[in-house]
Design a protein around this ligand. Structure first.
Ligand SMILES: NC(=O)c1ccc[n+]([C@@H]2O[C@H](COP(=O)([O-])OP(=O)(O)OC[C@H]3O[C@@H](n4cnc5c(N)ncnc54)[C@H](OP(=O)(O)O)[C@@H]3O)[C@@H](O)[C@H]2O)c1
Length: 493
């Protein structure tokens, strides 16, 4: 397939699939790549330098129209699943806006990735994905659409893989509800990216729906195969009567996904998601999807090598970008501020130490209290500590870090975390590296009386948790200096 020179607009470039496709498209020659993002700061520096950036969202018609000028092919990799109760309506309007703006701008081809499944048995989320595809492809004479449909996507950081990995790792005995027997056709994230990128040059005349996937298998089979690949022996105990609601709580507790997402995934797994056409072989015969086992192995290797490019929790999942206007803590009215003298420690090492917080390293001091807070958060339907971190050493803007989100990071100067835990108010944790002091501040903007009661109730715990945290960060920095390890880059790229 010859690569045609063209201008490409990529939406969803800060999301799980979009950021991987972005990386891939950069290696194409003759392609002018423009990304349409809600906040340019969420793009990595190295990406920002190589692409044209158009800022806006799909509800901003002017921004959309500007971003689509001169574009040949546009990717639509957006959804609003976690943006509240009216997400179907948002997705409908978003797709209509995008399609109409593409037609107006003279875009030749629109590429969309939705989910596998049929309308009659589709879950609410899947129905919305199908509806989005129908809206995008509703004007075939004016705009050609290549509509890919994928089932479970397996890759480091994908929600499905994280669920499988966590269940297998944490539970020697896995109780399996009825839905684990449903058939789906998993596909490796790299194969998804190949299909999407090769859609740029595919010799296709009309609009087409392309179902993609590897061999059909059940979720049960996926669990057992993953366990074997991880060198673990696991016993599955069928409990057919476990209701979807109980299953969702069960997934929420043992995996990183929050309740709402677990419920949507389970709802989706209640009916088969099987390839319905052979357009993948007809239009893309050069791509042979790798097996599920190969996909799991690649994901495990990426995890082991700290080479996870994107995660399911990178995107905001909200109505607005999650890092936009979040770096200003002046709205807080309650604070816990502590100063820790650096003594002779360098700011580089202290920054390195504090950016290695969370995930498998834990929270350095009184970990048990952090874990307890994580469990409470999980029980309330939040993320808990299970999200961990994308990689062990480096952090980048927009990274999820247990129940926090990195909303500002300035090398050797500042790390600001926004709480995404269930809390009656808005909370930040800030580390400010001054000339010879580490200033650590917990900021809180309480919501009503409950918020204030919460703050004062946990105040005694802050004494231990926050007092110990700063001290331990410096202690670990001293250890790093002793070991001469202060050269790792604390900012990921
Ligand atoms: N991931 C999977 O396992 C999977 C499986 C099958 C199909 N798919 C399909 O693949 C597509 C991409 O999914 P994903 O998992 O990559 O999603 P994701 O990680 O949740 O990312 C969503 C992206 O959309 C952006 N976005 C959301 N609303 C927007 C708006 N109104 N205007 C502009 N940008 C907006 C987000 O930006 P912010 O960073 O600002 O939030 C983010 O970049 C979806 O259509 C999905 O149905 C995914």
């Amino acid at each position: 397939m010859t690569q045609r020179a063209q201008t490409v607009l990529l939406t969803g470039a800060t999301g799980y699939i979009g950021s991987r496709l972005n990386e891939h498209l950069l290696s194409r020659t003759g392609t002018t790549l423009r990304v349409f993002v809600r906040n340019r700061r969420k793009l990595r520096d190295s990406i920002r330098e190589q692409v044209e950036v158009a800022e806006g969202d799909t509800f901003d018609l002017k921004a959309l129209s500007q971003a689509l000028q001169g574009v040949d092919t546009a990717y639509y990799l957006i959804h609003s699943m976690r943006a509240g109760k009216d997400y179907e309506d948002r997705d409908r309007r978003s797709a209509e806006n995008f399609r109409d703006a593409c037609i107006q701008a003279g875009v030749k081809r629109l590429v969309y990735l939705g989910g596998l499944g049929v309308k009659a048995t589709a879950s609410r989320h899947l129905l919305s994905r199908i509806e989005t595809g129908e809206i995008l492809s509703a004007r075939p004479k004016q705009l050609q659409t290549i509509w890919f449909r994928a089932g479970v996507i397996i890759g480091s950081g994908s929600a499905s893989f994280e669920i499988i990995r966590n269940l297998v790792q944490k539970l020697p005995l896995v109780i399996t509800p009825k839905w684990v027997g449903t058939l789906t056709q998993p596909i490796a994230v790299d194969d998804v990216v190949s299909y999407l990128s090769q859609a740029l040059d595919a010799e296709i005349q009309d609009s087409v729906m392309v179902d993609i996937g590897s061999r059909a298998m059940s979720f049960r089979e996926m669990l057992l195969k993953a366990a074997r690949l991880m060198g673990l022996k696991r016993v599955l105990i069928p409990v057919p009567l476990l209701s979807p609601r109980l299953s969702s709580y069960w997934l929420t507790l043992f995996t990183p996904v929050p309740y709402q997402m677990a419920a949507a995934l389970i709802e989706g797994l209640k009916s088969e998601t099987i390839v319905q056409n052979n357009q993948a072989q007809t239009c893309f015969p050069q791509i042979s999807p790798v097996s599920y086992e190969q996909a799991v192995q690649t994901a495990l290797i990426e995890l082991e090598n700290d080479a996870v490019l994107s995660r399911w929790c990178d995107s905001s999942g909200g109505q607005v970008c999650d890092i936009k206007d979040q770096a200003d803590t002046t709205a807080a009215v309650l604070r816990d501020r502590r100063e820790f003298p650096l003594d002779s420690l360098s700011r580089e090492t202290v920054f390195q130490s504090l950016t290695s917080l969370g995930g498998e390293s834990g929270w350095f001091a009184y970990n048990i209290l952090w874990q307890l807070r994580g469990v409470i958060d999980k029980l309330l339907g939040g993320y808990g500590l299970n999200r961990g971190r994308r990689e062990n050493k480096a952090l980048r803007l927009g990274d999820a870090l247990d129940f926090w989100k990195v909303v500002d990071i300035k090398p050797q100067k500042r790390l600001l975390l926004l709480a995404q835990m269930k809390v009656p108010g808005k909370a930040w944790l800030e580390f400010d590296l001054q000339e010879d002091t580490l200033v650590q501040t917990a900021h809180f903007h309480p919501r009503g009386l409950l918020g204030r009661l919460y703050w004062y109730a946990v105040l005694p715990l802050h004494l231990f948790v926050f007092g110990g945290l700063g001290r331990k960060i410096l202690k670990q920095a001293a250890a790093l200096e002793r070991q001469g390890l202060a050269s790792h880059p604390p900012i990921g790229d």
